[in-house]
Each structure stands twice: as C-alpha cells, then as structure tokens.
Design a protein around this ligand. Structure first.
Ligand code: ASP
Length: 346
C-alpha cells in the first residue's frame, strides 16, 4: 500500500568534485563544506520530500578513500536505516565504482536505495553537472512503486543519463559528463525527459532477510595485470608479497595467460600456499571462459578461480569482503564464483 507519506531521504556528503572549490593560490580543486553545496542548489526546496544531510568531518577527494571510509558510510546508513526511505551518497568520481562495489557487499540484504552520485564539474560552476545529478539521485532514492516499496533496492550509481548497478559500474571517462558505464550489464534506469526504470534489471533482495552490515574489509589483496613479456622475477615477486591472501589476475581476452612453465608453476605454488587467485579479463566487455583455450585451461587447472564478468573494482572489493568475513580459502574461492548481490552473471 502506498501510504502517501512524504519520502525521507538522507544525503551523505563524503567529498568529491561536486562540493569542491578552487584554491585561490594553487588553483587546484579541493574539498569544501556541505553548506556551500546546498547554497548552490536552491531547487532542492522544490522537491516534495524531506531531506536531511550529514557530512564527513573532513570531506575527501575520493582518491584518498579507503575501507575505513566505506565503513563510515555504511555506519551512517545502518544507524539511520529505519528512519529513512533512501540514501544519497555524494562521492568523488575517481573511486566511486570501488565504494559502490564495496558497499553492495557490506550492506547485506539491503532493501532500500543507496544512490551514489557526484559530478565532473563543481556545483558552483555555471555549467556544472552536479545540480542535475544531485536532484535526479534524490528523485530516484525517493521513487516508490504502486505498493509503496522503493523502486531501487540496491547500491547504484547515478551519473548524467544513466543509473547503473554499483558493483557493475566503472568510471570510463575522465572528461565526459556520462563518466560511468556498465560493460556487462544493462542500465537500471535511463534519464531523459523522465526517469525510465528498467524493471527487469533491478535487483530484488530475498524477502524477510535481516539487513546486516559487515565492516571488516581485509586489504591483503592485490592486482596483477599481465602483459606480454612480464618476467618470472616480477610475477614471483608479486605473488610473494607478504601477507597477500587474494590476487585479482587480469588476463588476456577470454581469461588467457602465458603457458610458459615458470608462469604456471609460480601460480600453482601461490595457490598451494593458500593464495586465492581470481581470473578476470582485461577486456572492458565480456567474460572469462577458462575452458575455451588451453591458455585459460592451464590457469584453471593450476587452481585459479574464474571471476566470470566481474569488474575489476567489484573483484577486489569482493575479495576484501570475503576475507574480511574470516572465511576459509576454500569458501572464499567458492563465493568468488557465485553472485552475492548481482555483481556477476553466472
Ligand atoms: N578527484 C575527484 C574525486 O574523485 C574527481 C571527481 O570527483 O570527479 O574526488
């Protein structure tokens, strides 16, 4: 039943270009406070729902974000979960896809919208994209269906013309207003004259599951990005990084790597030491198909797990999350091949 009650939205300002101003001496953009941001969007008062806001004590350029900050965002959402119908997180674009991926795992059984947005130009600039992004994000966070349920029940990124699933999105342009893209999953909504939701693509959590927040993210993870000519010394050195538990291996094409004996042996030895190695493709679109070529098959036989079509951001965040839960190596491997909240197509 739609109760007709006004939606209540909580805005969480973490920093990013949207709220930045130019330093008068260096002319570089730096984070500024939230009041400044609100002063620049008087139209907020025209929205017919209640908006409260909260800001990070020290707003950040998102390049300085780390799992502690993700935990702070998650805590604000958890503390206010019952009081609000939806959440809008204002965040820098640089690491937005990492935060969106991490939050999608940390906020288990989320059944309310967490819409992350930001902008390419500061909100105080005449041609800013920030005002439109902020207003659209708020409207999406407040949207309810005819039964009164939130239309979006997941972590999503709203940017310019599209709403993307958070753990499927990637920043693909440092210059365009349409800065985000999801290469392996359709948009959740298209923004034009109106907001058109793609109902089939929207995530639906299992009913009656308790909302639970996980704060522990284990940072003993890393990427290894293959290139033709990568040396044995480099590969062995990286795989023996102290305390490393999980490696996202970025491979060629459908999940292929060199078949040199030393390479396969180095991988096998790391797997035998308990390191979880996840295979994702360097291609921006498509999936790992470990059985298609012998070069992929050998990796699979060496104990490398397929990351299917995970984005690189979701792959690293998922490893941090699973190790943060304290799972065994075998369980981490198992869950890496299984979709927890729509992050991969399996
Ligand atoms: N460097 C900025 C940040 O990620 C870029 C942006 O917000 O667009 O915080």
């Amino acid at each position: 039943m739609n109760t007709g009650r006004r939606s209540r939205i909580l805005m969480i300002y973490t920093g990013g270009t949207i709220g930045m101003i130019e330093n008068p001496d260096s002319h570089a953009l730096e984070p500024y406070d939230f009041e400044h941001l609100l002063d620049n969007v008087p139209k907020l008062k025209m929205l017919r729902f209640d908006i409260d806001s909260i800001q990070f004590e020290h707003p950040l350029d998102s390049s300085s974000m780390n799992p502690t900050h993700w935990g702070e965002i998650a805590k604000v959402i958890s503390d206010n979960y019952d009081r609000y119908d939806g959440f809008v997180v204002l965040h820098g674009t640089d690491t937005m896809a990492y935060s969106a991926s991490a939050l999608s795992f940390m906020l288990e059984n989320l059944a309310k919208p967490v819409i992350i947005t930001g902008s390419q130009l500061p909100i105080g600039e005449v041609r800013t994209d920030g005002e439109e992004n902020l207003i659209t994000a708020l409207q999406i966070a407040a949207a309810r269906d005819s039964e009164g349920n939130p239309v979006v029940q997941e972590v999503a990124i709203l940017f310019e013309n599209y709403l993307w699933r958070g753990n499927r999105a990637t920043k693909h342009s440092a210059d365009n207003f349409n800065a985000f893209k999801s290469n392996n999953f359709p948009q959740l909504a298209k923004i034009g004259l109106g907001i058109t939701f793609n109902r089939e693509a929207l995530w639906r959590p299992l009913k009656d599951r308790e909302f639970k927040v996980h704060y522990n993210m284990d940072t003993n993870v890393m990427y290894i990005d293959l290139f033709p000519g990568i040396s044995e010394h480099t590969v062995r050195h990286l795989l023996s990084t102290p305390d490393v538990k999980g490696v996202v291996l970025k491979t060629f094409g459908a999940g292929n790597g060199p078949t040199d004996k030393w390479f396969i042996n180095a991988i096998k030895e790391a797997v035998a030491r308990g390191v979880v190695i996840v295979n994702i493709t360097q291609c921006s679109n498509g999936s790992v198909h470990p059985l298609r070529y012998v070069t992929g098959l050998e990796l699979a036989q060496a104990g490398v797990v397929s990351g299917h079509d995970l984005t690189s951001e979701a792959a690293i965040a998922k490893l941090m999350f699973l190790f943060g839960l304290g799972l065994s190596t075998d369980d981490v491997k198992r869950y890496m091949e299984y979709s927890l909240c729509g992050e991969m197509s399996t």
